[in-house]
Design a binder for this molecule. Structure first.
Ligand code: NOJ
Ligand code: NOJ
Length: 640
């Protein structure tokens, strides 16, 4: 009964906040009441969320019977909507949250869940599917699979390119724990082979369009690009830690970051979440809020280039996003600016009625908890012209400037932002049924749960927000080494090699118990100009080939890296730079120094192949002049 009455009290808090007129005394009272209520909601919801989240994971989760070991089911709902599948995005975000909690607080049972997940994904990488096969990596971006790890063959918005980077990030969190606790060999032999495929995918396909995280818009998606950047930077750092390297990560990451900057709309002070295809929407989308919290690095301060939660861009975007929901949901009516409201995916949403989403509310809170953590750590808050409107909603007389922790304003800002953040939890709490279950959405008019029940991602989003509110943050991803935007953006895409982690190597030794500190010193972050493999040359093939829709271009030649004249193993070029007046196809292929003969082929939609005319092209590749330097060469060819 205690649980029920406390949950009820939460509702009271939200109603008071909604009806209260913004005046200092009243605001203070609301804040105090809400804070206590948010505390008790979190206390009651936390065990429920953990239990329900684990219920959705096979083989033994209470709501996952029939799911294979390690499979995270999106929701037990089998109809209206049917979510009885495993999505790589949902599963990876959930596992990142689990690995994070595990790293702070060892649990052999969570470790078992993480191991099962890693093993399941090693297998899943090799399951051929409608997005493509494993041999050129294309199949890694298939968005969802059946819960028994077989392919889903129905029509879907595919590929979705956030899956591979998000899965790499999830597995890297555990690999880092292994390294830190003295199990580097296990990290390298068991987990890295799986991570490596996803990083190779990301470095090869990041610049191709695909479907966004909501599976609706084909184009370029901010969340996907931000996740890709993080994975590549973190991958470069982890590779060094494991005494290996990811040259493709180091080469490509700065250019992903460069592209990431282009989603910013200065005139509106917000991210446009979908470009190159999604321009019919405002672009104000939970996509960007999720990008901010899932690329949070507590060590990089309020960096705007990597879109940190406390950056001026991040906060301006938060306001634009939240404000876009103020007038569209009935349950938000009468709530003034500066008070939290129910938020959803994006204002134009119609999916299942286009209601507010629980996970969006938790994410809106989480971004602000992240910000508070960093401000406290840095003992200062800076308000710029860009972030001023965000702060003015909370503190109408505030001005731009830097407020050190010694100033009274610093504390006033922290209090106001915390109360505002708590408000988003409070809204979700108000519309959470008394049994604590979290569906996907809640009705914009009545607040009643809508769409998939027990959405795994909703529980995970609640849990990570609660962690951040308590000041528990993830270790970061070396963002400080990945925040420099190159002077000119390049679309460099590096062809990967893909090797399935065999089921025999993907098994974890027993007794991987904590031994913090056993990992030794961190490895220095790899510099862009240093390469371990002196005989490797990065060859960029730029080929001008006019093509028709459905046709692709490949390069094939005498050496193994370009298929050894076997057109079945030729390397595909990317059309991401193709324009009507300039039919450019490109790919960067890691090759061995020496002489190589090659030709381009045009592949028709039906698989038939058209070769270039004779003679073969020839290329002589020399190793880097200096020891440790990275050799590279670019060729510019025109179809003949
Ligand atoms: C299913 C997807 O999961 C959802 O995000 C989308 O809105 C609908 N398909 C409609 O395209
Ligand atoms: C629909 C959401 O739009 C998508 O992001 C998610 O992956 C699926 N539902 C499964 O939860």
């Amino acid at each position: 009964m205690h649980a029920l009455s406390s949950l009820f009290l939460l509702g009271t808090c939200a109603v008071q906040a909604a009806l209260g007129h913004p005046g200092t005394a009243r605001d203070k009272r609301d804040t105090a009441i809400c804070k206590r209520s948010v505390d008790s909601f979190i206390e009651q919801e936390t065990p429920i969320a953990w239990a329900r989240l684990l219920c959705n994971i096979g083989p033994s989760g209470c709501a996952a019977s029939g799911a294979a070991s390690g499979v995270v089911v999106a929701s037990p709902s089998k109809a209206n909507p049917d979510y009885w599948y495993t999505w790589t995005r949902d599963a990876s975000l959930v596992l990142t949250g689990i690995a994070d909690v595990f790293a702070h607080n060892y649990s052999s049972s969570l470790q078992g869940t993480i191991h099962n997940f890693a093993v399941s994904q090693a297998q899943l990488q090799g399951v051929s599917n409608p997005s493509g096969s494993f041999s050129n990596g294309a199949g890694l971006a298939e968005p969802k699979f059946m819960v028994d790890l077989t392919q889903f063959t129905g029509e879907w918005g595919r590929p979705q390119r956030d899956g591979p980077p998000l899965r790499a990030i999830a597995l890297m969190q555990y690999a880092k724990w292994l390294v830190d606790n003295g199990y580097k060999d296990t990290a390298k032999d068991v987990v890295w082979p799986v991570i490596k495929n996803d990083l190779a995918y990301t470095a090869q396909y990041w610049n191709e369009t695909g479907f966004d995280l909501w599976e609706e818009v084909p184009g370029s998606s901010f969340f996907t690009i931000a996740s890709s950047h993080r994975a590549l930077v973190e991958g470069a750092a982890l590779a060094a830690q494991l005494d290996t390297e990811c040259r493709a990560c180091v080469t490509v990451a700065p250019h992903v970051l460069c592209f990431q900057q282009s989603f910013w709309k200065a005139s509106g002070g917000h991210v446009v979440s979908n470009i190159n295809g999604g321009e019919y929407r405002s672009g104000k989308d939970a996509n960007s809020i999720l990008a901010s919290i899932h690329t949070f690095d507590p060590a990089v301060g309020c960096d705007a280039v990597t879109f940190q939660p406390c950056s001026d861009k991040g906060l301006s975007n938060h306001k634009a996003y939240v404000d876009s929901f103020r007038s569209i949901y009935t349950i938000n009516s009468g709530i003034p600016p500066g008070k939290a409201v129910a938020v959803g995916r994006y204002s134009e949403d119609v999916y299942y009625g286009g209601h507010p989403w629980y996970l969006a509310n938790f994410a809106a809170a989480e971004q602000l908890y992240d910000a508070i953590y960093v401000w406290k750590k840095e003992n200062s808050i800076t308000i710029t012209q860009l972030s001023l409107p965000f702060f003015k909603d909370l503190l109408p007389t505030i001005t731009t400037g830097t407020y050190p922790s010694s100033s009274p304003t610093f504390q006033a800002i922290l209090d106001a932002v915390l109360a505002y953040a708590d408000g988003f939890i409070d809204v979700a709490a108000q519309y959470t049924p008394q049994d604590g279950s979290l569906a996907e959405q809640f009705d914009r008019n009545t607040g009643a749960p809508v769409s998939a029940t027990h959405l795994t991602w909703s529980y995970s989003a609640f849990l990570t927000a609660a962690e951040r509110r308590a000041g528990v943050v993830p270790p970061g991803w070396s963002a400080a080494h990945g925040k420099t935007v190159p002077a000119t953006c390049s679309r460099v895409q590096v062809a990967g090699t893909y090797a399935l982690a065999s089921t025999s190597t993907t098994s974890f030794p027993a007794n991987l118990t904590p031994d913090p500190g056993a990992g030794g010193a961190p490895a220095p972050f790899p510099s862009a100009g240093a390469c371990a493999d002196a005989g490797e040359v990065y060859v960029t093939f730029n080929a001008r080939v006019a093509t028709q829709w459905g046709q692709t271009v490949k390069v094939v030649g005498s050496s193994a890296e370009v298929g050894a004249w076997d057109v079945g193993r030729a390397v595909g070029l990317s059309a991401s730079g193709y324009a009507a007046g300039d039919p450019l196809w490109s790919i960067t292929v890691p090759m061995r120094a020496g002489t190589v003969q090659y030709k381009y082929v045009r592949v028709n939609a039906d698989g038939s192949v058209q070769w270039e005319s004779d003679p073969n092209r020839s290329l002589s590749l020399s190793a880097a002049g200096a020891p440790g330097a990275c050799a590279a060469k670019t060729v510019n060819d025109t179809w003949r």
